[in-house]
Design a binder for this molecule. Structure first.
Ligand SMILES: [Zn+2]
Length: 344
Protein backbone atom coordinates (compact mmCIF):
# COMPACT_ATOMS: atom_id res chain seq x y z
CA UNK A 1 0.00 0.00 0.00
CA UNK A 2 1.39 3.36 -1.00
CA UNK A 3 -0.01 6.08 1.26
CA UNK A 4 0.76 9.74 0.66
CA UNK A 5 0.77 12.70 3.01
CA UNK A 6 0.80 16.44 2.48
CA UNK A 7 2.62 18.75 4.86
CA UNK A 8 4.33 22.15 4.54
CA UNK A 9 5.83 24.60 7.09
CA UNK A 10 3.54 27.35 5.74
CA UNK A 11 0.72 25.64 7.67
CA UNK A 12 2.48 26.63 10.91
CA UNK A 13 2.51 30.31 9.92
CA UNK A 14 -1.25 30.67 10.23
CA UNK A 15 -0.76 32.23 13.67
CA UNK A 16 -3.94 32.23 15.77
CA UNK A 17 -2.34 33.36 19.04
CA UNK A 18 -4.31 32.25 22.11
CA UNK A 19 -6.59 29.74 20.43
CA UNK A 20 -7.33 26.00 20.32
CA UNK A 21 -6.64 25.71 16.56
CA UNK A 22 -2.88 26.24 16.77
CA UNK A 23 0.27 25.32 14.86
CA UNK A 24 1.23 22.95 17.70
CA UNK A 25 -1.50 20.59 16.43
CA UNK A 26 0.42 19.87 13.23
CA UNK A 27 3.76 19.89 15.05
CA UNK A 28 2.43 17.23 17.44
CA UNK A 29 1.24 15.09 14.52
CA UNK A 30 4.49 15.40 12.57
CA UNK A 31 6.74 14.67 15.54
CA UNK A 32 4.63 11.64 16.51
CA UNK A 33 4.81 10.29 12.96
CA UNK A 34 8.58 10.76 13.05
CA UNK A 35 9.18 9.31 16.52
CA UNK A 36 7.16 6.21 15.76
CA UNK A 37 8.93 5.64 12.46
CA UNK A 38 5.64 5.82 10.59
CA UNK A 39 6.68 8.79 8.45
CA UNK A 40 9.23 6.58 6.66
CA UNK A 41 6.41 4.35 5.48
CA UNK A 42 4.65 7.27 3.78
CA UNK A 43 5.11 9.02 0.44
CA UNK A 44 5.43 12.81 0.67
CA UNK A 45 3.24 14.84 -1.67
CA UNK A 46 4.37 18.42 -2.27
CA UNK A 47 1.55 20.94 -1.85
CA UNK A 48 1.05 24.09 -3.88
CA UNK A 49 -1.08 27.17 -3.46
CA UNK A 50 -4.60 26.89 -4.81
CA UNK A 51 -5.32 29.47 -7.51
CA UNK A 52 -8.03 32.08 -7.11
CA UNK A 53 -9.81 30.31 -9.96
CA UNK A 54 -9.88 27.11 -7.90
CA UNK A 55 -11.21 28.95 -4.81
CA UNK A 56 -13.95 30.39 -7.04
CA UNK A 57 -15.25 26.84 -7.55
CA UNK A 58 -16.76 27.23 -4.06
CA UNK A 59 -16.29 30.79 -2.83
CA UNK A 60 -17.60 34.18 -3.87
CA UNK A 61 -14.89 36.53 -5.14
CA UNK A 62 -15.71 39.09 -2.42
CA UNK A 63 -14.91 36.51 0.27
CA UNK A 64 -11.59 35.65 -1.37
CA UNK A 65 -10.51 39.29 -1.68
CA UNK A 66 -11.66 39.97 1.90
CA UNK A 67 -9.40 37.21 3.26
CA UNK A 68 -6.54 38.55 1.16
CA UNK A 69 -7.16 42.11 2.41
CA UNK A 70 -7.30 41.11 6.09
CA UNK A 71 -3.96 39.28 5.71
CA UNK A 72 -2.39 42.29 3.99
CA UNK A 73 -3.60 44.56 6.78
CA UNK A 74 -1.80 42.35 9.31
CA UNK A 75 -4.59 39.95 10.23
CA UNK A 76 -7.50 40.19 12.68
CA UNK A 77 -10.69 38.49 13.83
CA UNK A 78 -13.23 37.53 11.16
CA UNK A 79 -15.84 36.33 13.66
CA UNK A 80 -15.72 35.46 17.40
CA UNK A 81 -13.99 32.11 16.59
CA UNK A 82 -11.90 32.78 13.53
CA UNK A 83 -8.70 34.80 13.47
CA UNK A 84 -6.04 35.54 10.84
CA UNK A 85 -2.37 36.53 10.86
CA UNK A 86 -0.42 38.09 7.95
CA UNK A 87 0.50 34.63 6.56
CA UNK A 88 -2.97 33.09 6.95
CA UNK A 89 -4.06 33.82 3.39
CA UNK A 90 -1.06 31.99 1.95
CA UNK A 91 -1.47 29.14 4.44
CA UNK A 92 -5.13 28.83 3.45
CA UNK A 93 -4.20 28.75 -0.25
CA UNK A 94 -1.73 25.96 0.51
CA UNK A 95 -4.31 24.09 2.60
CA UNK A 96 -6.77 23.98 -0.31
CA UNK A 97 -3.96 23.38 -2.81
CA UNK A 98 -2.48 20.66 -0.59
CA UNK A 99 -5.69 18.70 -0.64
CA UNK A 100 -5.95 19.23 -4.39
CA UNK A 101 -2.44 17.77 -4.80
CA UNK A 102 -3.28 14.82 -2.52
CA UNK A 103 -6.41 14.15 -4.57
CA UNK A 104 -4.46 14.32 -7.83
CA UNK A 105 -1.82 11.92 -6.48
CA UNK A 106 -4.57 9.39 -5.68
CA UNK A 107 -6.48 9.90 -8.94
CA UNK A 108 -3.29 9.67 -11.01
CA UNK A 109 -2.33 6.45 -9.24
CA UNK A 110 0.90 7.82 -7.72
CA UNK A 111 -0.36 6.64 -4.32
CA UNK A 112 -3.26 4.40 -3.25
CA UNK A 113 -4.62 6.82 -0.67
CA UNK A 114 -3.52 10.06 0.98
CA UNK A 115 -3.98 12.36 3.96
CA UNK A 116 -3.56 16.14 3.72
CA UNK A 117 -2.18 17.36 7.06
CA UNK A 118 -3.18 20.97 6.60
CA UNK A 119 -4.43 23.98 8.48
CA UNK A 120 -6.49 26.13 8.57
CA UNK A 121 -9.27 23.55 8.41
CA UNK A 122 -12.16 24.05 6.01
CA UNK A 123 -15.54 22.40 6.51
CA UNK A 124 -17.31 25.37 8.15
CA UNK A 125 -16.30 27.93 5.51
CA UNK A 126 -19.26 28.89 3.33
CA UNK A 127 -19.32 30.58 -0.06
CA UNK A 128 -19.32 34.12 1.26
CA UNK A 129 -17.59 33.92 4.64
CA UNK A 130 -15.11 32.32 6.97
CA UNK A 131 -16.51 30.47 9.98
CA UNK A 132 -15.43 28.25 12.87
CA UNK A 133 -11.60 28.46 12.37
CA UNK A 134 -12.07 27.85 8.60
CA UNK A 135 -11.13 30.34 5.87
CA UNK A 136 -11.67 28.36 2.65
CA UNK A 137 -13.51 25.06 2.35
CA UNK A 138 -10.64 22.76 1.42
CA UNK A 139 -12.70 19.59 0.98
CA UNK A 140 -15.39 21.29 -1.10
CA UNK A 141 -12.79 22.93 -3.35
CA UNK A 142 -10.90 19.65 -3.87
CA UNK A 143 -14.17 17.82 -4.58
CA UNK A 144 -15.23 20.34 -7.22
CA UNK A 145 -11.73 20.33 -8.71
CA UNK A 146 -11.59 16.54 -8.92
CA UNK A 147 -15.10 16.27 -10.40
CA UNK A 148 -14.13 18.67 -13.19
CA UNK A 149 -10.57 17.47 -13.87
CA UNK A 150 -11.37 13.74 -13.89
CA UNK A 151 -14.88 14.07 -15.22
CA UNK A 152 -16.36 12.23 -12.23
CA UNK A 153 -20.05 11.56 -11.99
CA UNK A 154 -20.20 10.64 -8.32
CA UNK A 155 -18.05 11.65 -5.35
CA UNK A 156 -18.70 11.03 -1.65
CA UNK A 157 -17.57 13.15 1.28
CA UNK A 158 -17.59 11.47 4.69
CA UNK A 159 -17.25 13.94 7.58
CA UNK A 160 -16.56 12.57 11.08
CA UNK A 161 -15.49 15.82 12.71
CA UNK A 162 -17.55 16.39 15.86
CA UNK A 163 -19.04 19.53 14.32
CA UNK A 164 -21.43 19.62 11.39
CA UNK A 165 -19.69 20.63 8.14
CA UNK A 166 -22.20 23.33 7.30
CA UNK A 167 -20.02 24.82 4.54
CA UNK A 168 -19.62 21.49 2.78
CA UNK A 169 -23.32 20.77 3.09
CA UNK A 170 -24.17 24.20 1.69
CA UNK A 171 -21.82 23.77 -1.28
CA UNK A 172 -23.37 20.48 -2.41
CA UNK A 173 -26.92 20.82 -1.10
CA UNK A 174 -28.38 20.92 -4.60
CA UNK A 175 -25.71 18.79 -6.30
CA UNK A 176 -26.89 15.21 -6.93
CA UNK A 177 -23.35 14.15 -7.92
CA UNK A 178 -21.91 14.60 -4.43
CA UNK A 179 -23.00 12.54 -1.43
CA UNK A 180 -22.29 14.23 1.90
CA UNK A 181 -22.57 12.27 5.14
CA UNK A 182 -21.88 13.84 8.52
CA UNK A 183 -21.75 12.42 12.03
CA UNK A 184 -21.73 15.25 14.56
CA UNK A 185 -22.70 16.22 18.07
CA UNK A 186 -26.12 17.85 18.05
CA UNK A 187 -27.36 20.27 19.19
CA UNK A 188 -23.97 21.95 18.98
CA UNK A 189 -21.96 24.44 16.93
CA UNK A 190 -22.75 25.48 14.16
CA UNK A 191 -26.41 24.56 14.72
CA UNK A 192 -27.08 22.93 11.36
CA UNK A 193 -27.16 19.21 10.50
CA UNK A 194 -30.55 17.93 11.62
CA UNK A 195 -31.88 14.70 10.09
CA UNK A 196 -34.37 16.49 7.85
CA UNK A 197 -31.65 18.44 6.02
CA UNK A 198 -31.33 15.96 3.15
CA UNK A 199 -30.55 18.01 0.04
CA UNK A 200 -32.80 19.87 -2.37
CA UNK A 201 -34.33 19.27 -5.80
CA UNK A 202 -32.59 16.52 -7.74
CA UNK A 203 -30.10 16.24 -4.87
CA UNK A 204 -32.71 15.22 -2.32
CA UNK A 205 -31.23 12.33 -0.35
CA UNK A 206 -27.59 13.12 -1.14
CA UNK A 207 -27.08 14.92 2.16
CA UNK A 208 -27.19 12.51 5.09
CA UNK A 209 -27.02 14.03 8.53
CA UNK A 210 -26.50 11.89 11.61
CA UNK A 211 -26.93 14.24 14.56
CA UNK A 212 -25.69 12.48 17.71
CA UNK A 213 -26.34 13.31 21.31
CA UNK A 214 -23.39 14.22 23.52
CA UNK A 215 -21.71 11.16 25.03
CA UNK A 216 -21.54 8.85 22.01
CA UNK A 217 -18.46 6.63 21.89
CA UNK A 218 -16.95 3.89 19.76
CA UNK A 219 -20.05 1.65 19.93
CA UNK A 220 -22.48 4.30 18.78
CA UNK A 221 -20.19 5.60 16.04
CA UNK A 222 -19.53 2.09 14.73
CA UNK A 223 -23.22 1.26 14.67
CA UNK A 224 -23.87 4.43 12.72
CA UNK A 225 -21.01 3.75 10.33
CA UNK A 226 -22.10 0.16 9.74
CA UNK A 227 -25.82 0.83 9.46
CA UNK A 228 -26.00 4.23 7.77
CA UNK A 229 -22.72 5.58 6.37
CA UNK A 230 -21.48 2.34 4.75
CA UNK A 231 -24.78 1.32 3.11
CA UNK A 232 -25.44 4.87 1.91
CA UNK A 233 -22.00 5.21 0.33
CA UNK A 234 -22.28 1.72 -1.21
CA UNK A 235 -25.61 2.61 -2.75
CA UNK A 236 -24.20 5.86 -4.16
CA UNK A 237 -21.17 4.12 -5.77
CA UNK A 238 -18.72 7.04 -5.64
CA UNK A 239 -15.68 7.08 -7.91
CA UNK A 240 -13.68 8.86 -5.20
CA UNK A 241 -14.15 9.30 -1.45
CA UNK A 242 -12.96 12.37 0.44
CA UNK A 243 -12.94 12.39 4.23
CA UNK A 244 -13.23 15.43 6.48
CA UNK A 245 -11.22 13.91 9.30
CA UNK A 246 -11.78 15.77 12.54
CA UNK A 247 -10.56 14.08 15.69
CA UNK A 248 -12.55 16.26 18.09
CA UNK A 249 -15.03 13.43 18.87
CA UNK A 250 -12.17 11.92 20.93
CA UNK A 251 -13.06 11.54 24.62
CA UNK A 252 -9.97 13.51 25.67
CA UNK A 253 -10.90 16.46 23.44
CA UNK A 254 -12.27 19.32 25.51
CA UNK A 255 -14.08 21.15 22.76
CA UNK A 256 -16.91 18.62 22.56
CA UNK A 257 -18.58 15.92 24.61
CA UNK A 258 -18.10 12.71 22.63
CA UNK A 259 -16.25 9.59 23.84
CA UNK A 260 -14.60 8.11 20.75
CA UNK A 261 -11.17 6.54 21.32
CA UNK A 262 -8.19 6.32 18.99
CA UNK A 263 -9.15 2.66 18.45
CA UNK A 264 -12.64 3.84 17.51
CA UNK A 265 -11.26 6.20 14.86
CA UNK A 266 -9.17 3.34 13.47
CA UNK A 267 -12.31 1.21 13.19
CA UNK A 268 -14.19 3.97 11.36
CA UNK A 269 -11.28 4.46 8.99
CA UNK A 270 -11.21 0.72 8.39
CA UNK A 271 -14.86 0.82 7.30
CA UNK A 272 -14.19 3.77 5.00
CA UNK A 273 -11.13 2.06 3.50
CA UNK A 274 -13.07 -1.15 2.95
CA UNK A 275 -15.81 0.72 1.07
CA UNK A 276 -13.19 2.56 -1.00
CA UNK A 277 -11.51 -0.77 -1.84
CA UNK A 278 -14.85 -2.23 -2.89
CA UNK A 279 -16.17 0.71 -4.87
CA UNK A 280 -13.36 2.83 -6.22
CA UNK A 281 -10.07 0.91 -6.25
CA UNK A 282 -9.26 2.19 -2.76
CA UNK A 283 -9.27 5.85 -3.83
CA UNK A 284 -9.74 7.78 -0.60
CA UNK A 285 -8.26 11.10 0.46
CA UNK A 286 -8.37 12.38 4.03
CA UNK A 287 -8.06 16.00 5.06
CA UNK A 288 -7.50 17.30 8.57
CA UNK A 289 -10.34 19.28 10.09
CA UNK A 290 -10.54 19.57 13.93
CA UNK A 291 -8.97 17.74 16.88
CA UNK A 292 -7.59 19.78 19.77
CA UNK A 293 -6.17 17.39 22.35
CA UNK A 294 -2.64 17.04 21.01
CA UNK A 295 -2.04 13.45 22.17
CA UNK A 296 -5.45 12.25 21.00
CA UNK A 297 -4.94 14.03 17.68
CA UNK A 298 -1.42 12.72 17.02
CA UNK A 299 -2.20 9.12 17.97
CA UNK A 300 -5.47 9.11 16.03
CA UNK A 301 -3.86 10.52 12.88
CA UNK A 302 -1.16 7.86 13.18
CA UNK A 303 -3.85 5.19 13.64
CA UNK A 304 -5.52 6.49 10.47
CA UNK A 305 -2.27 6.09 8.54
CA UNK A 306 -1.76 2.62 10.04
CA UNK A 307 -5.14 1.48 8.77
CA UNK A 308 -4.50 2.97 5.32
CA UNK A 309 -1.13 1.20 5.20
CA UNK A 310 -2.70 -2.08 6.26
CA UNK A 311 -0.78 -2.17 9.56
CA UNK A 312 -2.77 -4.21 12.05
CA UNK A 313 -1.20 -3.05 15.30
CA UNK A 314 -3.03 0.11 16.39
CA UNK A 315 -1.41 1.94 19.30
CA UNK A 316 -3.88 3.61 21.61
CA UNK A 317 -1.96 4.99 24.61
CA UNK A 318 -4.96 6.97 25.90
CA UNK A 319 -7.26 3.95 25.81
CA UNK A 320 -10.96 4.09 26.58
CA UNK A 321 -12.56 6.92 28.59
CA UNK A 322 -12.49 6.34 32.35
CA UNK A 323 -15.93 7.62 33.12
CA UNK A 324 -17.83 6.19 30.24
CA UNK A 325 -21.47 7.10 30.31
CA UNK A 326 -24.04 5.14 28.39
CA UNK A 327 -26.39 6.96 26.12
CA UNK A 328 -29.74 5.61 25.08
CA UNK A 329 -31.78 5.98 21.93
CA UNK A 330 -29.17 5.38 19.23
CA UNK A 331 -31.27 2.56 17.74
CA UNK A 332 -34.24 4.86 17.40
CA UNK A 333 -32.14 7.51 15.69
CA UNK A 334 -30.66 4.93 13.30
CA UNK A 335 -34.13 3.63 12.41
CA UNK A 336 -35.38 7.15 11.82
CA UNK A 337 -32.49 8.03 9.50
CA UNK A 338 -32.78 4.71 7.65
CA UNK A 339 -36.42 5.48 7.02
CA UNK A 340 -35.76 9.02 5.81
CA UNK A 341 -33.10 7.74 3.40
CA UNK A 342 -34.75 4.45 2.39
CA UNK A 343 -31.86 2.40 3.71
CA UNK A 344 -32.87 -1.20 4.27
ZN1 LIG B 1 -14.71 20.22 14.69
Amino acid sequence: MKVGYVYHPIYLKHDTGQHVEIAKRLEAIMSHLEQTGLKQQLTPIKPRAASVEELLLVHHEQHISHIQDVAQRGGGWLDPDTVMSPDSYEAALYAAGGLIKATEAVMDGEVDSAFALVRPPGHHAVSRRAMGFCLFNNVAIAAKYAMAKYNLERLAIVDFDVHHGNGTQETFYDDPQVLYTSTHEYPFYPGTGDVDETGSGAAKGTTINIPLRAGCGDNEYLQVFEQIVAPAVRRFKPQLILVSAGYDPHWADELAMMQVSTTGFAQMVKIIKQIADELCSGRVVFTLEGGYNLTALATSVKATFDVLLGNTNIEDPLGQPQRRFEIGGIDQLIERIKKIHNLA
